[in-house]
Design a binder for this molecule. Structure first.
Ligand SMILES: [Zn+2]
Length: 231
């Protein structure tokens, strides 16, 4: 007479051992790689809605949920794991890189929407800059720095490569802002030199090519910077 434990299949045994690699190996014996899509498609039993399943009774599990739960490190009970979505849209796929818990998927979506918005803003800023370089809207802090909580939330599932890319983008932005500030400071000093030698501020601004509001903003920035520098 066999005990309940010895009747456990390789998938349940791997789950009990909390061994994600063994779970994947055990499931892969009933799956086939689709070279054109990279999907690993389940060849075992299915639910009527097309999702692959394994086991029966109390050990009945949806295959793609099992994979996502295992890859996440078996947090809590599988039934409490968030809904799992297929990035490839293929319901019987169990390729680990194609399945994501909804929470991670939301982060991916947020990041892609955010990037699309920033790309659009940069395009519009560049267009405005070429038409009217001193437009006040261009002196606002860059949008890329505004939604910090959103950026922080997105970082939860960030890979090292993504983190490095973000650091590079941040450094490039900081460097652009420094260059912009230096160029503006030069213009402000030029205006101040001209007015000191008798040119009217209005004429000086025209000659240097600065709008009054931009000039006032950067003259103030320069003052603050000089004061900080002399501390
Ligand atoms: Zn797939």
């Amino acid at each position: 007479m066999k005990t309940a434990k010895s009747r456990l299949g390789p998938v349940e045994k791997a789950i009990q051992a909390r061994d994600a690699q063994a779970v994947l190996s055990a499931l892969s014996t009933r799956a086939q790689r689709e070279p054109s899509t990279g999907c690993l498609r389940w060849t075992g039993n299915r639910r009527p809605n097309g999702y692959g399943m394994t086991g029966r009774g109390t050990t009945n599990r949806l295959v793609h949920r099992t994979v996502a739960w295992a890859v996440a490190g078996f947090p809590g009970e599988m039934r409490d794991f968030p809904p799992v979505h297929h990035l490839c849209g293929t319901r019987d796929c169990l390729e680990p890189t194609h399945v994501r818990p909804a929470t991670a998927l939301i982060n991916v979506l947020e990041a892609s929407v955010r990037n699309a918005v920033f790309r659009r803003v940069r395009t519009l800023e560049d267009a405005l800059r070429s038409l009217q370089p001193d437009h006040p809207a261009l002196t606002f802090p860059p949008l890329a720095e505004a939604p910090e909580p959103l950026l922080r939330a997105g970082r939860v599932f960030e890979t090292p490569r993504e983190r490095l890319k973000r650091k590079e983008a941040r450094d490039a932005l900081a460097s652009r802002r420094r260059e912009n500030a230096t160029a503006r400071f030069r213009q402000v000093i030029e205006v101040q030199q001209l007015t000191a030698t008798g040119t009217s501020e209005r004429d000086a601004l025209v000659r240097v090519g600065l709008g009054r509001r931009v000039y006032q903003h950067w003259a103030n920035e320069l003052k603050v910077w000089l004061e900080e520098d002399s501390k």
